[in-house]
Design a protein around this ligand. Sequence first.
Ligand code: AMP
Length: 586
Amino acid sequence: MTTFESLGLSPEILKAIQDLGFESPSEVQEQTIPVLLEEPTDMVALAQTGTGKTAAFGFPLIQNIDLNSKKTQGLILSPTRELCMQITNELKQYAKYYQNLNTVAVYGGASITDQAKQIKRGAQIIVATPGRMKDMIQRNIIDISNINICVLDEADEMLNMGFFEDIKEILSHSSDQKNTWLFSATMPKEVSIIAKKFMKNPKEITVGQKNISTKSVSHEYFIVSGRDRYSAVKRVVDANPDIYAVIFCRTKRDTQKVAEKLIEDGYSASALHGDLSQAQRDMVMNSFRKKQIQMLVATDVAARGIDVDDITHVINYQLPDEIETYTHRSGRTGRAGKEGKSLVIVTKSEVRKIKQVEKIIGQKFTQEELPSGDEICKRQLFHLADEIKNTEINSEIDAFIPDLEAQFEDLSKEDIIKKFFSVEFTRFHNYYKNAPKITQHSVDESYSAGGGDYGDETRFFINIGEKDGFNWMSLKDFLKEQLNLDRDGVAKVDVKNTFSFFNVPTNDVEKVQSTFETFKLKGRHVNVEITKDQKSGKSKKFGGDRKRSDRGSRKRFDKSKSSDFKGKKSGGNSVKSSFERRRKKS
Ligand code: AMP
């Protein structure tokens, strides 16, 4: 077995390792540390979060610092503020026996003045998010012209988040002589481009297989109609009373909507997305970390850098647009030697994407049936029974036992058990007795229906557009949500300034017309009309292309019939999970 001693680490670092209780190097550490310590080199390392990669670059970086100089010598760029703080904390622990080594974290959403003060005191290592770093370089607060080493951590995530230009700008202020160490969980094209652009003959290291997701994660999917996504998630949650999950949605809108519905239904959930302030996001993350929140409903961007070890399930409310992102999602569970499940809710038309994901993760999915109402009631019941059986008896209760016994004198043990459990069981049973049926589909059926080939389509004009904050993607989401259509049910979305166009299958024309008949968006009437289809060239019933000026300002709906955009609330079918009940009690 390889030891830390054999990797060439300094006595100071070895002592810190001992304090941290690390027994032996992880695979990525074993592979990278000797190479990075031996001679100056560029490196591309493919390694997932949770593999010990911070130490893999952290130890050699620390050992490379000239403690006699206060100049900034090492820079680590990381995608999120959380990760940035995490890396800084780790480095401080690794370098605790180097008295003159200063590591400073630089990230957005915190006081730039405080960070500038820390930098002024001398920061040999800076750990930064790209946006704030660029800002501080431009304000001449940070000088990175002397750095010898630049680490690009979670490079794929940084690029996903659109930091390419910022990284380019930051690196242009550093010397060509420096070494760049790039760490990434996946190797999409963009990361290869970075490797080519900024690195010279980098050594390549791969831990595990390329692009493989954590092995301790099993991958399952459920095929349901788009409108049943939420009910499907609810069943999964109810069938797993101890679930501690991240639910990923594609859009902020869906994230907010799913979180709100869960909360309305009595679950302990919270949304995490970019529309929240940094302080709000911190609060949500802290509560989730402390397990005061059982389910975090998040967008991919907001969830980056989340480092929570005990997540039991990742639920993909929808698959991500970029299939590669699935690896990041599923990697949130199955950490630290634990097992996890990554579940995907797909519609018939999306099911073929599962094959693409399988190729990327190098693992097979299994198709599962959602648990039935009876199954859920049974699981909840026995979960409660286990909890009761494992509850420590509080002796304070002894004083009340005679009176309690008197109260139950007439009842048999069997009746007492029945009554006791009915308190919980009846709530679930009543809900699932009346719960709407979820239609589930087979794979074969899905393949024949997939691909979004709806034959005849009808093109609509709608008087909302960029001015209302939409782009094609968010408008598509908005439409499919309002119309209860699958993702492929809305096509060829073309967003202009004050109006847009979209296609739906001709079968759904009436649905569009009735949905928007009385619809208001932020108090404004929304007008949809069938228009001449420029793309397919078909002339439709109400036909006629309009002049642009005419399109944006049509208001002809009966105000008295209008419904508010945000006004919908789901019914009160509330079933609390036992996690929530326990939490509320505690
Ligand atoms: P990372 O992949 O850097 O996020 O590391 C995941 C966690 O593993 C961190 O909490 C580290 O402190 C811990 N860790 C790193 N290296 C080792 C090791 N060799 N043995 C045990 N734990 C480690």
